[in-house]
Design a protein around this ligand. Structure first.
Ligand SMILES: *Cc1c(COP(=O)(O)O)cnc(C)c1O
Length: 360
């Protein structure tokens, strides 16, 4: 830290992203990316915009929002496009949470929530998940605070039904409820149909997971006009060109080929079920996931040991050090071949550590 760093950020602990090692080729199952690349049509759209990169992008993202409107069946005025949904979360926390309406979220959830809260000096409270890692909906009913819930939750993968989301939104009319739907396309239920009914609901989504665009940075927030106007006030006060023209064009192409991505999600969901069964056969406890990852633990090997031994063998998964989940790992679901390799490697590791009894 330099001696110039201001007081107000001295205590800030930044978010730790999952490893993106460049040293060798890993089987990368650690940051919930899609195993399927975008189509050449998205690449061609990006190429032609690169030839116009001397011009600023459209700060209103008109074409992209019109396309979004068709696919998500929402008025374009209700859609804000952002540079990855992390940016929408940051803007939403800035806009809708403060001392009068502090932020609440589960104790086990996306690690960026407390970081954005601290960055913006927003008081926050973590509400423990139940013993089985599910959300106790009653904890949030009528709480009178700004709520953010990832649904499906990360890193657990557990999903709340839309009726529960509605209960939370309805019972907190004076506070904004932010539903982070980064993983909804892998089997969750979207809260978007509720947007029309509730002025305090903001749904946040991303192209990073189900739409194969993690490296292009594209996300969105959808809510009633007054909420999106507030987000735009912050966006125009930060960086009106937050979505670059190359990404915007690729995003339109991706939405044009929605079926390809929907089909990829289906494949990933099938591979998830296959992997969950294979892990259970190896003695793992696997939480029920509706996302593109599994959260699993074993009493035969610690979470950290498994993570390290897999890494030595060229397989990356995500390990968290937080006490309550330190025996778990989060495993991104890839192609069937990748998951077979993962399961075979885990099985080898267990056999070694177990003296040959693991494969029984
Ligand atoms: C990956 C993820 C995001 C956002 O990612 P972006 O790449 O910034 O769109 C948001 N919320 C959760 C829970 C995530 O896992």
């Amino acid at each position: 830290m330099s001696r110039y760093f201001t007081e107000k950020y001295k205590e800030l602990t930044p978010y730790t992203p999952g490893e993106q090692p460049q040293d060798k080729k890993y089987l990368k199952l650690n940051t919930n990316e899609s195993p399927f690349p975008p189509t050449t049509r998205a690449a061609e759209a990006a190429y032609s915009e690169t030839l116009k990169a001397e011009l600023y992008s459209d700060p209103e993202c008109v074409s992209l929002r019109n396309k979004m409107s068709e696919v998500f069946n929402q008025d374009p005025e209700r859609i804000v496009m952002v540079n990855g949904s992390d940016e929408a979360l940051n803007f939403a926390f800035m806009a809708f949470a403060d001392e009068k309406s502090p932020l609440v979220f589960p104790d086990i959830t996306y690690g960026f929530y407390p970081v954005f809260a601290e960055l913006n000096h927003i008081p926050y409270e973590e509400i423990p998940l139940k013993e089985d890692f599910s959300i106790d909906v009653e904890d949030y009913v009528g709480i009178g605070k700004t709520i953010v819930i990832a649904n499906p939750n990360a890193p657990t993968g557990i999903c709340l039904p839309i009726a529960d989301i509605e209960k939370i939104v309805k019972s907190n009319p004076d506070n904004v409820v932010i539903i982070d739907e980064a993983y909804v396309d892998f089997g969750g239920e979207s809260a978007l149909p509720l947007v029309d009914k509730y002025e305090n609901l903001l749904v946040v989504g991303t192209f990073s997971k189900s739409r194969s665009m993690a490296g292009a940075r594209l996300g969105f927030a959808i809510g009633q006009e007054k909420l999106t106007a507030d987000l735009n006030t912050l966006r125009y006060s930060t960086n009106p060109y937050n979505v670059n023209r190359i990404t915007a064009a690729a995003g339109i192409a991706v939405l044009d080929e929605n079926d390809y991505y929907v089909n990829n999600c289906k494949t990933i969901a099938e591979n998830r079920e296959w992997t969950a069964n294979a892990l259970k056969n190896l003695g793992f406890r696997v939480l029920v996931s509706k996302a593109n990852f599994l959260f699993a633990e074993s009493d035969k090997i610690s979470g950290e040991d498994l993570y390290i031994k897999l890494k030595e063998r060229g397989v990356l998964i995500r390990h968290f050090t937080k006490e309550r989940i330190k025996n778990f790992n989060r495993i991104t679901i890839g192609t069937r071949e990748q998951m077979e390799k993962f399961i075979n490697t885990v099985s080898d590791i267990l056999r070694e550590t177990d003296g040959g009894n693991a494969a029984d």
